[in-house]
Structures are given as C-alpha cells and as structure tokens.
Design a protein around this ligand. Structure first.
Ligand code: 5GP
Ligand code: SF4
Ligand code: MG
Length: 489
C-alpha cells in the first residue's frame, strides 16, 4: 500500500494528499481514501478503485481542513471490499481518529477478539482496522493519543508504517524493524503559496495589515509531510528531511514536530529489500540511493555473475528496464526496447484471480518485432513469483521471431512467502519453492535462466539492514503459530 500524511494549516491538504497518493498509485490500486481533520472533527472519503475514480475535483473541495492522511490499497490481509479500504476510522466517545497503514500485522486475531468482547464494533476483517480500534480504545482509556499509539505498538507484531490524524495532530510511526518504508518531508514555501502571498499583498491598503500578516504566516507556518516514498514528497514540493525511525512516533501539530521512541528499535533494521527489487518507484530514494541506481547495479552485478552471449538486452517494463540497462553496460551487449507496455493497464499482480493475471500480461505487454526478429535476446525481469508472466512472455517473444531467449532475473529466487505486506502468495504457488532452476527454465520455455545471488543483491544495496526473508527464509519478526501457517506447504 501507499500512505501519505500532511499537516499544513495554510494549504489545501486534501489536494496535497491527492497528489501525494497519485505519486504512490503504483503501490496499490484496489482502493483509495483521504481523511481530513479540520480542528473540530475528522471526515473521510474512500472507495474501491484508482484514485482518480474515487475523487472528483468537487469531492476534494468538500474535504477542507488543516491536516490529512491518505491511502492507496494493495490487498494482502483481508478481502477486497469497501469496508477494508482505508483510512480506517475509530470513534469511541469523543475520540475520533483516521489511520492509514502499509504492511501486515501477524497477531491481530486475538486482539480483535478481545476488543469485540469489550464492545468495540468492527466493519471488516482487516488487520489495519484492529490497529485503528486498538489505538482508539487505549486513547480513550488513557486520555492521550500518544499513549494509545504506544500501547498498540507494544501489542502488535509485523511490518507496519502508519500515519494517522485526529482533528488537530498528525502522527506517523513505524515498526521496530522499519520493515515498511516511511519518510518525513518539509513543505518548502514556493509555487502556489508564494503566488497567493504576492497577490494578497497587492490588495488595497485597507486590508494591508491583515494581508502582510497572512503572507508572513504562510511563509513561516509551512507544513510537514510523511509518505511511503520520496517521489510523493517531490510531487507536492516537499524536501526530504529523514526517514521515520524504526519504533519512533512522530507527532506534528501547531506545537511543532515532536519525536518519541514508542517502542525500542530492533538491534538491526530490516527494511524490505523487495522495495528496491520491485515495489518502489525508480525515482524514489531509499537509504540514500535511488531505486533506479539500485536496479541498474543489480543488472551490472547480474551480468558479472551470469554472463551469456547474445545480440540484444531487453527489459520487462517497468521494473526490468533499469537492470537491463545495467546488464547491457556491464556486458557490452546493446540495450534496446523489446516490449512495449500499455500505460493504461495497472500492475497485473494486483488482479486477484489467476485467470485475470494470465490475461493481464497480454493486455499489458506487446513485443516489438523490429528489434526482436532473428536476435539472441537477454531478457531481464525483476522477479519470478508464480511464473505466470515469464511463460507468456517467452511465448510472445518466440512468436515475434526471437532466435534465443536467455532470461536473467535481477533478484534471487522467491522461495518463502512474505508476511509483512507484500503479496508473494502461499508457498505452494511460488514456482521456485517447487521447481529447480532447470525445471523452471524448461517450464517457461527459455534457452537459459539465471537469478542474481543473495550476496550479489546485498552487495549493491546501500548501507543499512534489510529483510530478505522471501529469498532466504530469515524472517526478522517471528510468525505466530496461529498466523499464516497455511502459507507454508
Ligand atoms: P509472476 O508472473 O512470476 O507470478 O510474477 C512476476 C512478475 O510480477 C514480475 O514481472 C514482477 O515485476 C511482478 N511482481 C513481482 N512481485 C510482485 C508483487 O509483490 N506485486 C506485484 N504487483 N507485482 C509483482
Ligand atoms: Fe520484503 Fe520479502 Fe521481507 Fe516481505 S519477506 S518484507 S517482501 S523482503
Ligand atoms: Mg514486472
């Protein structure tokens, strides 16, 4: 999922959130929602579908306030339903909060049961709703939202990045391992606000005093933004400040920005390495290195580890393109376009059924015969999960006249299911958990197949600590017996 939060009393927070979420749409396309706080209360609007299907210009105009959170959903836990769409609301007595969550919590069944016993109502079976209601419950009990969040962080396990609002303060916090990403940015005063200030100060002198004051106020107040990726800061004109730290709670309000360690950080961070492999946008910067540069270097490393004689290197759009450039650079084999992507079709993986997924690849990708015919191809993609994409792709490329097809994958084999917010499915569906590399090669009909090594992947990552459980089975957060055992074979 993608999450976004903003505190900026002098700005149009609903539109800022809308544009922030637009930059994060690749992180989820099932549903979208925005909640706004206006000092008195919290309003939310959400629905199934892409952001621009959910929000019209008029909808955004009705959402006025000083702060907001937003969410685009990529379903992992819970069904695809309106009730599971976010932000989730919790209203207990006078405590109203709206929460946006990216990640998966692995121990919410029991917590949910206990809350129901205490009389807390639920609309969905989503883990995010459990977190929202837990925070609401403890806030009401202790009288402090900060306490509500802290107690909830002590109770829940898993990978999470969350941002929430009440009517006047924005909060952002992250699990102790920092599995899911979350960055903090500062709105720099330029563009619209400056223009407003300038035009206001040209008003007749009668209003002079007030306008000077408001112009100054605009400049000084500014605002803060939190988002899953830095590309969402760029679009709203915010400067990257730093990452939200593992276990940290940030509170942003008229009193300024306050940081507190909600729960102790784990000894080692475990940032999801799949962000760089597949999930994040290439123009986002993570741990000081652009995702593009990471993917490019994965391609270089792959060429070094798994060379092959060929005429052309092509990448599977979009996430396979940067590593294909890197592979080409390192190997000296020319890089060219081989597959054209229909920009108006979403990520195929998001479709829930296998049948739709299979359809999706053809709807999305079409081979460029001019570049392919008679050539020995190196084809780079970021990952093989179920194998659906590759089977069809190889067929397509053969039909377009490719002479040889050498598949090179810029990540290691996905052998283990993810429990922290990426839908890499149950283990029985993961092709690498069930077949050897040779068997997969034969299954997809390629001339050769090779994956990047775990060591090679880690070598090109920026300094930091990473979760690589889907490749190695080294899970940073223990998975309770009761949770997701059916994900294993
Ligand atoms: P497969 O077709 O083998 O099941 O999945 C691999 C393809 O799906 C690759 O082209 C990769 O770009 C994409 N992919 C890999 N992991 C994910 C994921 O977690 N979510 C989505 N939406 N796509 C993925
Ligand atoms: Fe990311 Fe894989 Fe870890 Fe899941 S298991 S958080 S996809 S690295
Ligand atoms: Mg792909």
């Amino acid at each position: 999922c993608g999450i976004f939060g903003v505190w900026a009393p002098d700005r149009d927070v609903a539109r800022l959130t809308y544009f922030g979420l637009r930059a994060l749409q690749h992180r989820g396309q099932e549903s979208a929602g925005i909640a706004v706080g206006d000092g008195g209360t919290v309003m939310v609007r959400k629905d199934l579908g892409l952001l621009d299907r959910v929000f019209s210009n008029a909808d955004l105009s009705t959402l006025s306030g000083q702060l907001a959170v937003g969410h685009v959903r990529y379903g992992t836990a819970g069904a695809k339903s309106w009730e599971a769409s976010q932000p989730h609301l919790s209203t207990i007595n006078s405590v109203i909060i709206a929460l946006a969550h990216n990640g998966t919590l692995v121990n919410t069944d029991e917590l949910r049961r206990q809350l129901i016993e205490l009389g807390v109502p639920f609309l969905s079976n989503s883990d995010s709703e459990v977190a929202t209601k837990l925070i609401g419950y403890f806030t009401q009990r202790t009288g402090h939202l900060r306490e509500g969040i802290r107690k909830t962080m002590e109770l829940v396990r898993g990978g999470y990045a969350m941002t929430l609002i009440n009517e006047q303060a924005l909060y952002a916090f992250r699990d102790p391992h920092g599995i899911r990403p979350l960055v903090l940015g500062k709105l720099v005063d330029e563009g619209l606000d400056q223009a407003d200030a300038a035009s206001v100060s040209q008003l007749p002198s009668q209003d002079g005093a007030a306008t000077v004051d408001s112009a100054v106020r605009v400049t000084r107040a500014g605002g803060w933004v939190v988002a899953s990726e830095t590309c969402a800061l760029d679009i709203v004109g915010a400067e990257y400040v730093r990452d939200v730290r593992p276990g940290e709670i940030l509170r942003i309000s008229a009193e300024g920005l306050v940081s507190e360690q909600g729960v102790p950080a784990a000894e080692e961070p475990a940032n999801c390495i799949f962000e760089q492999v597949y999930f994040a946008r290439p123009d986002s910067i993570m741990n000081g290195k652009s995702v593009y540069a990471c993917r490019y270097d994965m391609g270089r490393q792959l060429a070094h580890e798994e060379p092959v004689e060929a005429d052309l290197v092509i990448g599977v759009p979009d996430s396979g393109l940067p590593p294909a450039e890197g592979y080409s650079h390192e190997s000296g084999i020319p890089f060219g376009e081989g597959l054209i992507k229909n920009r108006y079709v979403g990520r195929t993986f998001i479709e829930p059924t296998q049948e739709l997924r299979a359809m999706g690849v053809r709807m999305k990708l079409n081979p460029l015969r001019d570049n392919i015919e008679g050539k020995r191809l190196v084809v780079i993609d970021d990952s093989i999960v179920r194998g659906t994409t590759m089977v069809q792709l190889v067929k397509m490329l053969r039909n377009a006249g490719a002479k040889e097809i050498h598949i090179r994958i810029n990540s290691p084999e996905v052998i283990w299911p993810c429990f922290y917010g990426i839908d890499t499915d149950v283990q029985s569906q993961l092709i690498s958990a069930n077949k050897t590399v040779d068997e997969i090669c034969e299954y997809i009909g390629a001339d050769s197949l090779a994956f990047l090594s775990v060591e090679g992947l880690l070598k090109v990552m920026p300094k930091g600590g990473y979760c690589d459980a889907c490749f190695t089975g080294r899970y940073p957060v223990a998975i309770p017996e009761s949770f997701g055992r059916d994900k294993f074979m």
